[in-house]
Design a protein around this ligand. Structure first.
Ligand SMILES: NC(=O)c1ccc[n+]([C@@H]2O[C@H](COP(=O)([O-])OP(=O)(O)OC[C@H]3O[C@@H](n4cnc5c(N)ncnc54)[C@H](OP(=O)(O)O)[C@@H]3O)[C@@H](O)[C@H]2O)c1
Length: 339
């Protein structure tokens, strides 16, 4: 690569901060700007916002000024999408990598998906979604599937105590700390699994199987006592864990499954065991099982979410215009990270 790829970081929350920490000192990408959603972050150094030394780049809410920097790529890690921003970025010719997997398909409706694709085609740019799950862990499942001569069911399970991620806004949106009888609980959990529905379609295309329906089922665990996690509290009897499956159906059978066990702590009923990582199972000939697990206590969730998009930046900048997924890119790996 003859020059650094110019990158604008879009927000510095949990994933965005990990992306910044992953890009500082990177031999191929260079942070040239940063968008701030929160007014109090405007004017502050991006390094300081992300818990590291200053990097000499100041956060701004001036979208026009950020696009005038002519970035090659935007790392878009906001909590929720702002479609006007996404369209302007793509139209300007800047590529987008994002952890918002709902954007991989029509997760926000056909109109928004077409709007993004058309903006990318106008700008000659690409939009790529990844993360750890959805995103990278399922691509490991696809790599494993190359060993099989017949596949009956491919599943990916995320099974974690998620308290390390410490994101109250996200956890409450998922339904944590609701009464289990609250009609919102199932609805919120299913809504938070919307990105798995996009993931199943991407996996199905990669495996060459047509999905004729997507199923969802989930059950709740409730807290045995009031608990203070520091970043949020859970009330006794309220939802402290979810276990469920999003199923991609083919000919009446569940053939691709995104499964999850998400727990806040251990003191709940039922207290399902967690496998502390990502378990891939392929039922078929041969059957295959593999696991992505941390070498230490736990995966740093923000890092494992952010780096699959950071490490994809060079490939996404070189990809054809449009909404692309991992099948359109060379295998995304930790290139340039051996130091
Ligand atoms: N695929 C995966 O593996 C995976 C895993 C985890 C998360 N995610 C997704 O990645 C994205 C970022 O997650 P995160 O945990 O980093 O999020 P976060 O820390 O809660 O929020 C990220 C930033 O979004 C901005 N923001 C806050 N409220 C907002 C709102 N109502 N609308 C728009 N922007 C808002 C803030 O920007 P400022 O910093 O500028 O104030 C905030 O710091 C989310 O869409 C999440 O669903 C994906």
């Amino acid at each position: 690569m003859s020059r650094h790829l110019r990158v604008v970081q879009w927000t510095t929350g949990k994933t965005g901060s990990a992306a910044v920490r992953g890009m500082v000192g990177h031999p191929v990408v260079e942070i040239v700007g940063c968008y701030a959603y929160s007014p109090e972050k405007v004017g502050r150094d991006v390094g300081e916002l992300c818990g590291i030394d200053p990097i000499g780049v100041v956060a701004t809410d001036d979208v026009k000024a950020l696009l005038a920097l002519e970035p090659d790529c935007v790392v878009y890690t906001a909590y929720r999408p702002t479609f006007d921003h996404l369209v302007r970025i793509l139209e300007s010719g800047a590529n987008i990598v994002t952890t918002m997997y709902m954007l991989a398909g029509a997760g926000y409706g056909d109109e928004q998906a077409h709007g993004l694709r058309d903006a990318a085609l106008r700008g000659g740019s690409s939009l790529y979604c990844s993360g750890i799950y959805p995103g990278h862990a399922p691509t490991v499942a696809l790599a494993a599937s190359a060993m099989c001569r017949r596949i009956e069911r491919l599943s990916v399970l995320e099974s974690l105590d998620i308290q390390e991620y410490a994101n109250e806004q996200m956890f409450r949106a998922q339904g944590f700390d609701l009464e289990p009888e609250d009609p919102d609980a199932a609805q919120r959990c299913e809504a938070s699994c919307g990105s798995f529905k996009e993931q199943i379609q991407v996996l199905a295309r990669a495996l060459g199987v047509a999905i004729d329906g997507v199923g969802f089922q989930a059950e709740f665990a409730t807290a045995n006592q009031d608990t203070d996690f520091g970043f949020m509290t859970l009330g006794k009897g309220r939802i402290a864990g979810f276990r469920g499956t999003v199923s991609g159906m083919h000919d009446g059978r569940s053939v691709i499954e995104c499964r999850f066990v998400w727990k806040l702590g251990e003191d709940m009923t039922p207290n399902w065991p967690v496998t502390n990582g990502y378990v891939i199972e392929i039922e078929g000939d041969p059957g295959v099982r593999c696991k992505l697990e941390p070498l230490g206590d736990h995966f740093p969730g923000a890092t494992t979410t952010a780096l699959p998009v950071v490490n994809a930046i060079p490939a996404v900048c070189a990809a054809p215009p449009g909404i692309v997924n991992h099948m359109d890119l060379p295998f995304v790996r930790g290139a340039h990270q051996v130091r």
